[in-house]
Design a protein around this ligand. Structure first.
Ligand SMILES: NC(=O)c1ccc[n+]([C@@H]2O[C@H](COP(=O)([O-])OP(=O)(O)OC[C@H]3O[C@@H](n4cnc5c(N)ncnc54)[C@H](OP(=O)(O)O)[C@@H]3O)[C@@H](O)[C@H]2O)c1
Length: 294
């Protein structure tokens, strides 16, 4: 962020806050031009190596979030979908992340807005991981999006006690994972959110330990609030949307605060798409950020 105010004077600063030869500032690397170029590759072995899951640190699972944003931070475009702000460079990373995961975890809002159906591992990338790619939906109400309810390949549904009956009406009972305290709610008044930590543990028990969450902002906010996200992959596409859309995280900070203190993140890598092509203007960046335990 560029500040128009004068930064606070530091020891060693000259008049007007201008640094006078400070040696304690961090070094900066120029990332472009890059040392390594990844041409289109049907097998995506190198990209897959860059995104190989790290070993778990927060339990038996690893949670990777993958989100796309415009330069000005919008999480969706005019059609209320992320498809109007993403591009082919993002798609390349998106496919590899799906290829590496055991399960894609999404909030019911995203499944509805983006029209999720049963998932297949991306074509041509099954050599990276050939098990079935599961889809798991998080819903407090237990109302499974129509396109997924009664599908031949139903999703797993993570819901609380209040949403269990509705979910079992939409998918077979063995696909419903009831996680959370019984606070006496109903599907219309569902009470507290799903216990996401218990939900992730239940997925890991089924052998689904490599989790890829594709959002949306409400689910990502809740996962971050519970310190359950191991890494955040953020694609920034060269677009400016302006007023209207939310950002990639939604939800209120705990009562009495406007925001929690920022937590640190470590950049694992940053990809940049240098070429202007139809469907993918130059300038897209894809960052892989690792989040230490908060
Ligand atoms: N930029 C991106 O990368 C990206 C990614 C995904 C989505 N999006 C966009 O984001 C928008 C949707 O945003 P959203 O915040 O509504 O998405 P969301 O988080 O997927 O959906 C919210 C709904 O999901 C369920 N849910 C989420 N977190 C929950 C929790 N902790 N416990 C229980 N249920 C939970 C609830 O469903 P019930 O109402 O059924 O209880 C809630 O109403 C769409 O426009 C979509 O296109 C953007």
């Amino acid at each position: 962020m560029t500040s128009t105010t004068t930064p606070p004077a530091q020891p060693g600063d000259g008049p007007g806050g201008q640094p006078t030869g400070r040696t304690d500032l961090p070094p900066l690397d120029v990332l472009l031009p890059v040392a390594e170029h990844l041409p289109p590759d049907a097998r995506e072995e190198r990209l897959a190596a860059l995104y190989a899951y790290d070993p778990p640190t927060r339990g038996f699972h690893v949670v990777r979030a993958n989100m796309v944003a415009s330069v000005d931070g919008a999480a969706w475009g005019p059609d209320h979908r992320s498809g109007s702000i993403n591009d082919d460079a993002d798609w390349r990373v998106f496919r590899v992340l799906r290829a590496l995961a055991d399960v894609v975890l999404v909030g019911a809002g995203t499944a509805r807005a983006e029209g999720y159906t049963a998932l297949d591992r991306p074509r041509g990338l099954r050599h990276l991981h050939d098990a079935t790619l599961e889809l798991a939906i998080v819903t407090r109400t237990g109302r499974v999006p129509e396109a997924l309810a009664r599908d031949d390949r139903p999703p797993l549904v993570l819901t609380g006690p209040a949403g269990a009956a509705a979910a079992r009406g939409d998918v077979p009972a063995d696909r419903v994972l009831v996680v959370g305290q019984d606070a006496g709610g109903t599907a219309d008044e569902p009470g507290p959110a799903v216990d996401l930590a218990a939900g992730l543990a239940a997925l890991a028990e089924r052998g689904l330990a490599r989790v890829l969450t594709e959002g949306g902002p409400t689910l990502l906010g809740d996962l971050l609030a519970a310190d359950l996200v191991d890494e955040l992959c953020v694609t920034t596409t060269p677009s400016v949307v302006g007023q209207g859309p939310g950002r990639i995280v939604a939800g209120a900070a705990p009562s009495g605060t406007t925001a929690l203190p920022p937590r640190g993140a470590r950049l694992a890598h940053l990809l940049h798409s240098p070429e202007d092509r139809p469907g993918s203007p130059a300038g897209t960046t894809a960052a892989r950020w690792l989040l230490p335990i908060g």
